[in-house]
Ligand binder design. Sequence first.
Ligand code: AHR
Length: 516
Amino acid sequence: MKNISIMGLMVVSTFLISISSNAQENRLIVNTDQGKTTISRHIYGHFAEHLGRNIYGGIWVGPDSEIPNEDGYRLDVLKAIQNLEIPNLRWPGGCFADEYHWTDGIGNPKDRPMMINTHWGGVVEDNSFGTHEFMNFAKKIGAEPYITGNVGSGSVEEMSKWIEYINFDGVSPMSNLRKKNGQEEPWNIKYWGVGNENWGCGGNMTAEYYANEYRRYATYARDYGANKLYKIAGGANSFDYNWTEVLMKNIPISMMDGLSLHYYTVTGTWQNKTSATDFDKATYLVTLSKAARLEELIVRHGAIMDQYDPEKKVGIIFDEWGTWFDVEPGTNPGFLYQQNTLRDAFVAAISLNIFNKHADRVHMANIAQTVNVLQAIILTNDNDIILTPTYHIFDMYKPHKDALLLSHHLTSEELSIGSEKMESLNVSTSKSEDGTVNISIANINPDKKIDLEVLLRGMNAKSVTATILTAPEINSYNSFEKKEVVKPTEFKDFKLSKESLKIAVPAKSILMVRVK
Ligand code: AHR
């Protein structure tokens, strides 16, 4: 018998754990004529920090590299990200943002000073990827830049001048410097974060102290020309509701457009986060039920925000979310490199379904992180890349972006493994501009196919197409040797009749069903 430790509890491994589901009808009623909230495409945002091999080696190899590149950007990664049509990219951190001084990353790369990346492995940062390199990358991938300013070790003046450098169109010291560095036109960036995790790596501040600092920084974060900034306050760590209360109380709504929130799905403890690839069914369900706690966070932080902002003008910006496991054995612990299995795809699917459901308050979200770090969408080695199961979920979920959120009613059987219980099905429903209804369905039951009856109220459905992501095992993953173990394929096991749409949802699978 093998025992594993989860959150300090001893849990008996799979072969002794009972897996059961209560037999009941699985039915989804979709109100195709009822919707009032648009799912912002920005919920499908990403995050690239100067951490491990995310920027250096992942996105940026430099123009002189032997790795095929376009102006220094790794070509295989560039193309894969372009295909995802990501709406925004957050940069330069994370914790790194609060020790980053932007003036170190402009001008001739040969003259740029070096620094130590104290948070992430103590490696030397040569600043060869700076503001211009980031802005050009964002342009190439068609994403809106989201920049986080330095509050922890920077100054109001430094952030204010960065905004002037990037956004001012007239004659000024900073815009002249930008022009001298080769960028004539201002970039007009909208999204600005005022620090990151200022309760922790961003300065260990109290909520009261940060609220005052935010007001100072936001005052000098100026709009230039027609460009109106969207200012994002550094929000709470997971379940710290006091932080949200204090910020909402002390920062006028007129000074803040978004309030960030961070939550990582940590399966074990922060000391023993457990393996990304070696886990059993009980651990799998622990991970998914922890991911589903995102909903509780949105509801409870949202309820506090409602008291000060009943019209929901201030968005929850979930700008760090995803799985955090122990690093791959043999890799630098400071680089946060982990593999990505079908389980991660479920975490992504469940999280995105939850964000969609609360799109009236959740205006943006950014999975952590883009390449080679935490729940990455892409992994690289020297000359090859892997698209992870998480990448494929973002690809499959594209139709939800900017679609109208549809209300639905789901009855789903309960899955229980050991002491953990969850509904077997997890769903999101939306309507695209052309009237196509999008239904994303995750069947988290690792062993059982579920026959789902879908009633499309208010619609005369004529045709259906569907895509499925599944794999031989819940811990299947793509490796450099076998790159397509987990990849989406066409799905046809459904039947459309006048009365309903019947779908045989395979065990451990995620579907995107599109009905016209
Ligand atoms: O995403 C990795 C780190 O997690 C970020 O730098 C920080 O903001 C968070 O603690």
